[in-house]
Design a protein around this ligand. Structure first.
Ligand code: MN
Length: 257
């Protein structure tokens, strides 16, 4: 008995296959193989909405301040996991797919912890990679930024000391930030876990981040173990002031709009 007769024997209703089959089992095999091939060639479902940005330098480019092994694990595993876990939330919250990452931070209070932690993790690390550059390649604070730093903190050294204090005293995991406040002035703040100053959450000093330091142990433990202050001190050598200047200028012009 061929497959047509076999299906016909099982079916009482219409027989849509009757018009195109010739009944042999071989023909069924051909249909399956061709059909499968067509499925393979069909466009894949829409790609995940958020994606892992590449590091803008090689993983060992920030040595000796930040070692290559830490950078590899930090980017390829930790950051990648935040992106994957954020994308895993899209089926539950389809609106996520239409939000850009920065906008999402400002409405994070509408979402559960999984979106807050992974959306924050994705934003924070995406920013973190760009505010670092190989030692000697990051330029220096622009004249306008220098002026704002002097107005806000007295001097560059005083700003860095206050930043170091925020980074050192953050208990457990979190971040230190230099932000532009809504009134256009600078401030230093710190957040826990993967929170950031864009988030519409109680207890967060809000502003536009222009410089960020990750003080999770995963950011420094392989090289510095428990010596977080040593990591923080060495990290200033790899700050990408060119990018901080750009972010400061963008925050200032956004404020004027
Ligand atoms: Mn991290």
């Amino acid at each position: 008995m061929g497959w047509c007769s076999c299906l016909s024997a099982l079916s009482r209703g219409p027989r849509p296959w009757a018009g195109f089959c010739r009944g042999s089992w071989l023909s069924l095999l051909v249909y399956i193989v061709v059909g499968f091939g067509t499925l393979q060639a069909a466009p894949m479902p829409a790609a995940a909405e958020f994606s892992l940005p590449s590091l803008p330098y090689s993983a060992n480019a920030l040595e000796p301040a930040v070692d290559g092994r830490t950078m590899n694990i930090h980017h390829d595993r930790h950051h990648a996991a935040y992106v994957a876990n954020l994308n895993a939330q899209i089926p539950s919250f389809p609106k996520l797919a239409s939000l850009d990452l920065t906008t999402l931070q400002g409405s994070i209070s509408k979402y559960p912890a999984a979106v807050r932690n992974n959306g924050g993790g994705h934003y924070n690390h995406s920013l973190f990679w760009t505010v670092m550059a190989p030692a000697g390649k990051g330029g220096k604070p622009s004249l306008t930024l220098t002026k704002a730093i002097k107005a806000g903190f007295g001097s560059q050294d005083a700003m860095q000391q206050q930043f170091n204090q925020a980074a050192t005293s953050r208990f457990g995991s979190g971040w230190a930030w230099l932000i532009v406040k809504p009134d256009g002035t600078l401030a230093i703040t710190s957040t826990a876990n993967q929170d950031n100053p864009l988030m519409d959450l109680p207890g967060i000093e809000r502003g536009t981040p222009i410089l960020a330091l990750d003080v999770w142990e995963h950011a420094y433990y392989l090289k510095y173990q428990n010596r977080r202050p040593e990591y923080i001190s060495a990290w200033w050598d790899v700050v990408n002031w060119n990018d901080v200047n750009r972010r400061y200028a963008a925050a200032q012009s956004a404020k004027r709009v």
